[in-house]
Design a binder for this molecule. Structure first.
Ligand code: 5GP
Ligand code: MG
Length: 179
C-alpha cells in the first residue's frame, strides 16, 4: 500500500524508499573512503538543520577517523531557495589547514553551498569538498563542483530524512513528494 501523509495543508506520497536512500549513501561512502584513505583527519561539516540525518548515516559508513561539526546558514528570507544567504553561524576558527567535507541535505540553486564554500576558502581550509544527499541538476545555477551526490532528482519539492516542509517531516524515514 502506498504511504501517504499530511503535513500542514499538504498531502505527500512516498517517492524514494529508506532502502534506496541507504544504498545511495553506501555508494558515496565507498567513494569518500577511497578518496580520503590517506587524508589527515577530515572534518565532516554538516549544514543544519536538514543534514542531520544524512550526516549521521554517512559518518557511520566511513572507515577513517574524522571530526564532526555543524553550521547553520542564516538568511534574510527564511529557508526558501531564493533567500539571500547571510551568514554561517557556529563556524569556529579551526578551519585553517583542515580538510573539510561539507555535508548538505540538498543542493537546489546552489546559492547556499556557493556561499559556504566561499567562507571556508576565506578561512583557509586545506581542501573543501561537498557531499550532498540530493542534487537538483535542473535548478543548479552555480559553477562549483558538487563532489559526492547520493541522488539526483527533478525540481519537485521533497520532505523526509531531515528535509522539512515548514519544519515538519524531518523525522520521516522515506522521502516524500507533494501530490
Ligand atoms: P539552494 O541554496 O541550493 O537553492 O537551496 C538549498 C536549500 O533549500 C536546502 O538546504 C533546503 O533547505 C532548501 N530546499 C531546496 N529544495 C528543497 C526541497 O525539495 N525540499 C526541502 N524540504 N527543502 C529544499
Ligand atoms: Mg541545507
Amino acid at each position: 500500500m502506498e504511504k501517504r501523509i499530511k503535513l500542514h495543508d499538504r498531502e505527500f506520497r512516498v517517492m524514494i524508499s529508506a532502502e534506496k536512500i541507504e544504498e545511495a549513501i553506501s555508494n558515496i561512502a565507498e567513494k569518500i573512503n577511497r578518496d580520503y584513505a590517506d587524508v589527515e583527519c577530515p572534518i565532516l561539516l554538516g549544514v543544519l538543520n536538514g543534514s542531520f540525518v544524512f550526516l549521521a548515516d554517512l559518518a557511520r559508513k566511513l572507515d577513517f577517523t574524522c571530526e564532526v561539526s555543524f553550521v547553520k546558514l542564516a538568511s534574510y528570507e527564511g529557508c526558501s531557495s531564493t533567500g539571500k544567504v547571510q551568514e554561517l553561524i557556529g563556524l569556529n576558527n579551526s578551519i585553517e589547514g583542515r580538510n573539510v567535507i561539507v555535508v548538505e541535505d540538498i543542493v537546489d540553486s546552489g546559492r547556499s553551498i556557493a556561499y559556504t564554500l566561499q567562507t571556508l576558502r576565506a578561512k583557509k581550509a586545506a581542501s573543501v569538498k561537498v557531499a550532498t544527499l540530493f542534487f537538483k541538476p535542473n535548478a543548479y545555477k552555480e559553477s562549483e563542483t558538487i563532489d559526492y551526490i547520493a541522488l539526483e532528482i527533478g525540481n519537485e519539492f521533497i520532505v523526509g530524512y531531515g528535509l522539512d516542509y515548514d519544519q515538519l517531516g524531518r523525522e520521516l524515514k522515506d522521502i516524500y513528494v507533494t501530490e
